[in-house]
Ligand binder design. Structure first.
Ligand code: AMP
Length: 293
């Protein structure tokens, strides 16, 4: 099957309108391209739940708080469309920046609460950029379902919040983080790692998993986080921006593991910033207590 490339919103809308007349269910998977298995897993999940799948490809300048990061972001549209055709996506919507942000564009979608802290602290303006473009892409696609990865866990919460607050009629579905065989979370930015860095990178996920296990077996939160931070630095990471335990459902800080939680990290390996997160299961006694309540 081939995947049609669409660049203009009016064209996208007329295709979607025709699908609607046929009563088809439509899904959208927003991406910034340089597609890997993480993205493709979302497309496959979308194809199971919907009759038609639109993948968007837009490297959104507004969500980059660092010009060098934007300039270095991989752009591989030709390969992306080939991968999408293999998986069976119906449309690749790849608009130009001037069409997404035409002259005179003056609106910003700014989500409070869940966008504060974590990446919100270290990437000023990032979530405003994400929220603004995601709002546009969801409205432009007019899809019934939208798929986002847990890899960007805070982003997933930001998107859920804006959809709820703005009454956008779309269901948000999360897909689990897809990892390399050695545990490193797949990311378009992994390609920037040197060979030596690439060999060290999986330690981040290993330390997260190990810390999650320690927390679940009752280790005090603060001690576990301090030890994990030291372990990440000892593994050769140059900086740990944050390493925090947050509520799985609301991203609120957690000091005692008494409800479902997520351990989230952002750390620098040389010039590359990596993020990752893992679920933290409740200690057995807590889980039994919650089940009984
Ligand atoms: P990006 O192209 O990095 O903006 O990501 C587009 C979508 O793919 C987002 O919803 C990401 O959370 C998701 N995604 C990126 N990497 C992964 C991964 N390793 N596993 C699952 N989803 C991912």
């Amino acid at each position: 099957m081939s995947t049609a490339i669409v660049r203009i919103v009016s064209e996208l809308r007329s295709i979607v309108a025709a699908w609607r007349r046929e009563g088809l269910r439509i899904a959208v998977v927003p991406t910034m391209g340089a597609l890997h298995e993480g993205h493709l897993s979302l497309v496959r999940a979308a194809l199971i739940k919907a009759d038609r799948v639109i993948v968007t490809l837009f490297v959104n300048p507004r969500q980059f708080n660092n010009a060098a990061d934007l300039a270095a972001y991989p752009r591989t549209e030709h390969d992306d469309v080939a991968k999408l055709a293999t998986v069976g996506a119906h449309i690749l919507y790849a608009p130009n920046a001037a069409d997404i942000y035409p002259q005179g564009f003056a609106t910003t979608v700014s989500v409070g609460g869940v966008s504060e802290g974590l990446c919100g602290t270290f990437r000023p303006g990032h979530f405003d950029g994400v929220a603004t473009v995601v709002t546009k892409l969801l409205l432009q696609s007019g899809a019934d379902l939208a798929f986002f990865g847990e890899k960007d866990f805070q982003q997933l919460h930001v998107v859920r919040q804006l959809v709820r607050d703005l009454d956008i009629p779309i269901e948000i579905i999360a897909g689990p983080t897809v990892r390399e065989a050695d545990g490193l979370a797949m990311s378009s930015r992994n390609a920037r790692l040197s060979l030596a860095e690439r060999n060290r990178a999986p330690r981040l996920a290993e330390i997260l998993v190990q810390t999650a296990r320690q927390l679940s077996s009752g280790e005090p939160v603060q001690r576990a986080l301090t030890d994990a931070r030291l372990a990440i630095l000892a593994a050769g990471f140059s900086d740990v921006e944050y390493l925090e335990l947050r509520g799985d459902n609301d991203l609120a800080p957690i000091h005692t593991l008494d409800r479902p939680a997520r351990l989230l990290v952002a750390a620098w390996l040389g010039e590359t910033r990596l993020i990752d997160n893992v679920e933290v299961a409740l200690p057995r006694a807590e889980a039994l207590h919650q089940a009984a309540a």
